[in-house]
Write a protein that binds this ligand. Sequence first.
Ligand code: HEC
Ligand code: HEC
Length: 176
Amino acid sequence: MKLKNCLLLFLAVMLLCGSVLVDVGSADSGSKRHKRRFLPPVDNALYSEECASCHFLYLPGLLPAGSWTKVMEGAEDHFGEDLALETETSTEILKYLKANSAETTGAKRSVKIMKSLKGETPLRITEIRYIVKEHREIRSKVFTRESIGSFSNCGACHRTADKGIFEEDDIKIPRK
Ligand code: HEC
Ligand code: HEC
């Protein structure tokens, strides 16, 4: 190889490494890599207001649009509770949930959820095969511990769940 070609190749390799390093370095929530790894956190005031008083504020990227539609259409008998929402409020929340559902985020866990559902639209995240499989080693008694309550209480163990981060390093199962 001529010296000039060698130099060009060297430069090209350096540029490639550089862009990889920049990508790894940008752990801020706006980066592409962050978006692929983590679910987008909730950024809707109405949804936060209406849907977090009884339980963890589920990230829209954890269910497909069809499930969110069922959840909102069934708001009068929501797991035994009547949510008593105004039609307008309900429509607005559903619009937000559908626009940010598992089909839309591109985050790896949304992608896995969609794959494992094969077109199903369950009412619960805790019924999704992929989610069930990831927790199969946890004994059912653990979920009923006082500070956990149930499998549905994602934030009790996933300390960064509200940020859309479900990494192993951020899990801590409360002892009581
Ligand atoms: C009055 C209390 C209350 C409010 C307010 C409420 N929920 Fe729930 N929700 C429940 C109960 C109870 C369950 C069942 C929890 C369990 O089994 O541990 C539940 C479960 C869920 C689940 C299934 C969780 C799972 O197991 O995967 C979703 C999704 C959900 N709610 C969405 C919503 C949305 C969206 C709103 C706002 C429109 C909302 N909830 C507001 C009481 C409430
Ligand atoms: C009792 C504690 C606990 C609760 C409650 C819980 N999880 Fe987990 N979760 C775990 C543990 C432990 C693992 C397995 C970590 C491992 O072995 O990789 C896990 C794994 C996961 C994974 C896979 C992470 C990976 O490594 O790819 C996802 C996604 C997840 N949980 C989401 C949820 C969601 C959503 C909820 C609520 C509906 C929830 N979890 C409720 C403890 C919990």
